[in-house]
Design a protein around this ligand. Structure first.
Ligand code: XIL
Length: 348
């Protein structure tokens, strides 16, 4: 039964449709390459309202050389989104990973500020008015490996110091005053000591942004749910409360499940993954500040988790982390997510 929302008919039996009925926007990561697969494209168009280019807006993709930009793939995704009435999130403007090969030999303390602001101004201005939001700074909290007071020692930090984040957000805001600007980070969800330490540091960083008047509008919580700890709804809700109390919106920005400890048997494994989805999403969506819900992909066929060591299964089997399987069949995780949207409190 289709419903009408702002003049657009959305089927209610899709993830985006069920989410929209509760004032929630659902979507996730897509890549230009995977969208060439027609089945993948059809599933994305059917299920998602907001798209995040998985790699196309990263420095590595946009910057063939220190003085040039290659917008071909990014433009094509923007076009795709416009033609299909989808929103698009930019990801990401300052990160320590997927920097171009030339970065280390070209960018130094003397020109880093110019390199950062030139990049942000050029990219954000190009798409001004067309972006739902931008992940401006990604993954700067680090309490586990090398860090300075809980902040990761990144190429940007070593060249510019702690204040580079402030510079990045102000530059993005000047380039597109309408865009929602997001600080995005991971390992903030579980009941584990290092997640607790990261939550504390995250809150302090968000507090610093408030005191310096840095234009940060939302916290993106990646939510790659790993076996590093259990998910405790009360702990996560308390964290969301603290973030929201400072006035930030909250985006669940990259959710998926690392199924490494779960059995090979597909029925049992899918049930366990779905159970993680159920506990996580019912908690997250119950919070008034969470109105945007994203998974990092849609089908197991293309999950990034098959390419990273930390998610590799001992039995060598492909991971089953997303709502659709590699044949685009709906998994129990899909039904759970659909139901979590259907039963979420109405967002205001
Ligand atoms: C990942 C992509 O999914 C992969 O295709 C790529 O090889 C590496 O990056 N956190 C982030 C995302 O913020 O940019 C990462 O995306 C996943 C973890």
């Amino acid at each position: 039964m289709p419903m009408v929302l702002s003049g657009v008919a959305l089927p209610t039996d899709t993830l985006q449709g069920r989410a929209a009925r509760r004032g929630i926007m659902y979507g996730g990561a897509v890549s230009s390459h995977h969208l060439q697969d027609r089945a993948c494209q059809a599933a994305v168009l059917h299920e998602m309202k907001i798209l995040v280019p998985e790699n196309e807006f990263k420095w590595e993709a946009l910057r063939p050389s220190p003085t040039t930009y290659d917008f071909a793939k990014a433009d094509a995704l923007l076009h795709f989104a416009r033609v299909h009435s989808k929103h698009i999130r930019g990801h990401c403007l300052a990160w320590h990973k997927q920097l171009p090969q030339w970065f280390g030999s070209v960018v130094h303390a003397g020109n880093a500020s110019h390199m950062l602001t030139d990049h942000i101004t050029t990219v954000v201005r190009r798409y001004a008015g067309q972006m739902h939001s931008w992940d401006v700074v990604n993954e700067q909290v680090e309490t586990w490996e090398a860090n300075v007071d809980g902040i990761r020692v990144t190429p940007w930090l070593t060249r510019l110091g702690y204040d580079y984040m402030d510079l990045a957000f102000h530059t993005a805001h000047a380039a597109d005053p309408q865009a929602m600007l997001v600080y995005n980070d991971y390992a903030l969800e579980l009941n584990a000591d290092w997640h607790a330490a990261r939550r504390q540091r995250m809150l302090r960083l968000l507090q610093d942004f408030k005191s310096t008047g840095t234009p940060v509008h939302a916290l993106g919580i990646q939510s790659h749910i790993t076996p590093d700890g259990v998910f405790d709804p009360a702990i996560f809700t308390t964290f969301l409360d603290h973030v929201a109390a400072m006035g930030y919106a909250i985006i669940i920005s990259e959710m998926d499940v690392v199924d490494k400890p779960f059995p090979a048997d597909i029925t049992r494994r899918d049930a366990m993954v779905a159970d993680v989805y159920r506990r996580f999403w019912t908690t997250a969506l119950a919070h008034p500040a969470v109105k945007i819900a994203l998974t990092w992909g849609l089908t197991d066929k293309y999950t990034w988790l098959n390419t990273v060591d930390f998610a590799r299964r001992a039995d060598g089997l492909p991971v089953r982390s997303l709502p659709l399987d590699d044949q685009y069949h709906k998994k129990p995780a899909y039904d759970v997510l659909l139901n979590a949207f259907a039963t979420a409190p109405m967002k205001t």
